[in-house]
Design a protein around this ligand. Structure first.
Ligand code: HEM
Length: 203
């Protein structure tokens, strides 16, 4: 590789890989802290270890649901190589189309209460290829998708094993945080700030 190619690879990893995953973990913490029953259930599962029949079932559901309801990348972009019919529209080759990740993940024909954070919906069924697209789709789907989900689970497990998050007392965002756009990602409006306290070991 040339120096320029090497630099491009490193910057891609930083922007496509680090920023996106870190923001998704921030959203997971933001959602969990505002849904204490879900947080409790996740912490209980972490405490029970990974020997069960379906290890990390709830953790997987939390990660899938966070990526559904708070996708950090809202759209993907494609240029049509062939004509495409979408409903009553005919789009000629060369048209630039932007499928919406945000809207697809909230399709009310697929998801009941699509705007709500309900990890339980992914306990019974896995995310569907065309209805859950936080990582895009097709041949250019995110190359780091599996790695990102592994990282998210590892980070959440590591911190929640020892620390308990709560909403800061003075927070003006007690109910939920607004979504803010930072460059091309959607991030928690006030930085997903939480207070972390060391959990008192049980027993
Ligand atoms: C939660 C974390 C992540 C999210 C939400 C995310 C999301 C996305 C999305 C939406 C795309 C565009 C896909 C498309 O056009 O269909 C993409 C592409 C890409 N992602 Fe990720 N990503 C994440 C983590 C990562 C990680 C950890 C890496 C690398 C270690 C990575 C590397 C890439 C690369 C290289 C591309 C371009 C792929 C191509 O054009 O062929 N991403 N990502």
């Amino acid at each position: 590789m040339t120096d320029a190619e090497l630099r491009d690879e490193l910057v891609t990893l930083l922007l496509a890989g680090h920023e996106t995953t870190a923001t998704s973990v921030a959203w997971a913490v933001e959602r969990l802290v505002r849904h204490p029953d879900k947080l409790r259930r996740l912490v209980e599962e972490i405490g029970a270890g990974r020997d069960g029949e379906r290890p990390e079932a709830y953790m997987n559901a939390v990660v899938n649901e966070t990526l559904r309801v708070r996708p950090v990348v809202p759209i993907v972009v494609r240029t049509l190589t062939d004509e495409l019919r979408v409903g009553r529209y005919t789009l000629p080759a060369g048209t630039r189309v932007t499928p919406s990740i945000y809207l697809t993940n909230r399709n009310p024909r697929v998801y009941e209460h699509p705007e709500q954070f309900l990890p339980e919906r992914f306990l019974e069924r896995n995310p569907e290829t065309f209805a859950w697209i936080p990582f895009g789709g097709g041949i250019r789907r995110c190359i780091g998708a599996a790695f990102a989900q592994l990282e998210m689970k590892l980070m959440l497990r590591t911190v929640l094993e020892e620390l308990q998050p709560s909403i800061p007392r003075a927070s003006i965002w007690r109910r939920r945080e607004w979504t803010r756009r930072r460059a091309i990602t959607l991030v928690p409006g006030s930085g997903a700030r939480v207070v972390w306290r060391r959990r008192v070991p049980s027993g």
